[in-house]
Ligand binder design. Sequence first.
Ligand code: FAD
Length: 662
Amino acid sequence: MAKSAIKNRIAVVGGGISGLMATLKICEAGGEVDLFSYCPPKRSHSLCAQGGMNACMNTKGEGDTTYIHFDDTVYGGDFLADQVAVKGMCEAAPGIVEMFDRMGVPFTRTAEGVLDLRNFGGQKKKRTVFAGSTTGQQLLYALDEQVRKWESKGQVHPYIFWEFIKIIKNKEGVCRGMVAQNMNSMEIKAFREDAVILATGGPGQIFGLCTASTICNGSAVGAVYAQGAHIGNPEFIQIHPTAIPGTDKNRLMSEACRGEGGRIWVYKDGKPWYFLEEKYPDYGNLVPRDIASREIFDVCVNQGLGVDGENKVYLDLSHIPADYLERKLGGILEMYSEFMGQDPRKVPMTIYPSVHYSMGGIWVDRKHNTNIPGLMASGECDYQYHGANRLGANSLLSAAYSGTIVGPVAMEWATRCNKLREMEEWLNRKAKGETLMPAQEKALQKPSDEDLNLYEESLKESRSLRMTMQPKIEADGTLTQPTVDKNSLYALRLEMGSELTDAELEAARQECVKEFEDIIQMNGKENAHELHQELGRLMNKYVTIERVNKDLDFCFGEVKKILARWNDIGVTDHGHWANQEAMFVRQLRNMILYALVITKAARMRDESRGAHFKREFPNRDDEHFMKITIADYDPKSEEPVITYEDFDHSLIKPRARTYGSK
Ligand SMILES: Cc1cc2nc3c(=O)[nH]c(=O)nc-3n(C[C@H](O)[C@H](O)[C@H](O)COP(=O)(O)OP(=O)(O)OC[C@H]3O[C@@H](n4cnc5c(N)ncnc54)[C@H](O)[C@@H]3O)c2cc1C
């Protein structure tokens, strides 16, 4: 087939594992990517992942299977994840590890040379592949290297240090572009795109103190939510049991510590009390994160047994030989020594739970399409695979796997956009009376005769495209479905709508320019960073390990006040060069909107499931809440509207999630 003269373009926002994987898949399929990121991809948050990635490699001969991985994931997520989607991910996992292996990721190996595996929470088989304790970094660097190859071939156009501001929809409500801002020059530019993929990571910064990087602010998710994207299961926020509490941030001590034999304890009656081992003999210290965090909270807050009377427990590695620790956990131990001034090879570490991960995010279907056509999402910013609680080491997997799904889906969509463009170009040229040579007809994709007939017919009858596609009522009252090819001009026009005009692009750009200029001029009495800290304190206090309805009501009211106070922010930097303060003010508004979503969804779910725990409703309530939460933005009230949707849980019958507790 003659090569098209018209190029398609896909925007990928995010240079973490998910965004890079999507980019790679698009390039392999011949597409071109505008790649946006706050930072060079190699500094994306995925870099921080320490412990490893799950895949049933079964190199230890423990009889692990992808079915057990699937079951562990569904059980771990307290039966709130789409089981067909999870099954697909678990089945693809070994192939993804092999792909990374071929890319040169230095996975830790056994003396025999096979992939080493370690234990992780919520799974009884060793299933976690790892590269020492810098797994995320090794995966990210390998992907970056691959993406660079495509960049040198001209298929990747990097927009590094550019911030995504919002998507642009055409008249028909289809996402056909986006606006972004250069973080140095402050230039604001509108981009015409066939599809936009958001792979912008988690929203940890909404909680202020968390284990995530400062760029994990959820701002892009807040922005598209305000533009009509559904948010799925936002109330499910993972609290990791083992972090070093800090005043600037909390630093994760990976679950790999427990996977390699670390034990959690406190003193009780003068003796060490290994409370997880006592209560959960089957899993011991390797119970999933939600359970471990709640138990630590209970021991410290309710029983007052925290180390030195503070909210801290011991995470003890000191019984494990130092050379083994060095080989398996070197990077983590170094971090603890650096920040705490103590050697965890010799003394137990002190840790406490911290906000860590969001199971919820942008609602997507199994192909990672959002409810806005042309907008897709993948990685931690989507809601798909982890239900009410994520198992450790399943997130690098879901980030990579969703990238492999969303890339080809976006490419197929863009190819269809291209086909439409070519047919429309053919029509335009014909309308101008141009004579096209056969090769041009082919290159421009002459619409089929049937297509052209329908087109003529609709012009004559002034019928809308949508009506042309609607079933016809025959004389006898029966309905006839139109048999229109999905690649026909009609079907494509209906699906993609119109191309963005230059005027529409400019209007979207101007809107963002105005918003930015307004922020720069803000002259009120509120300090944006103090507002952020207040937001974080509220969210951390009321919307984490234990949730109480009256507290959630209070928190929601306070966050709404913060939203109102946002209008009274004063900005000190009024410049047009690298104005981080103004960008932060814009992000903060999106974060506040997202905080309202999390709080309201938590308030409405009157049950306890996975990471969402209410003492008032201590049990899982499948009758009323075996449903996905969907949050939609109401522009009038600026509040979320919460509804619930059924999902596929047909493959594994829900059972009580006890982890064999005594
Ligand atoms: C300390 C820590 C350790 C972890 N360890 C593990 C582990 O061992 N195993 C595991 O499975 N999971 C782990 N996780 C979770 C895992 O690291 C993440 O969920 C995963 O890496 C997310 O990948 P991502 O590609 O979705 O997003 P990220 O890696 O967060 O990338 C997001 C990208 O989006 C860009 N971006 C965001 N917003 C914008 C915007 N508005 N404009 C432009 N660009 C934007 C950023 O620049 C970045 O490039 C860990 C998490 C933490 C916090």
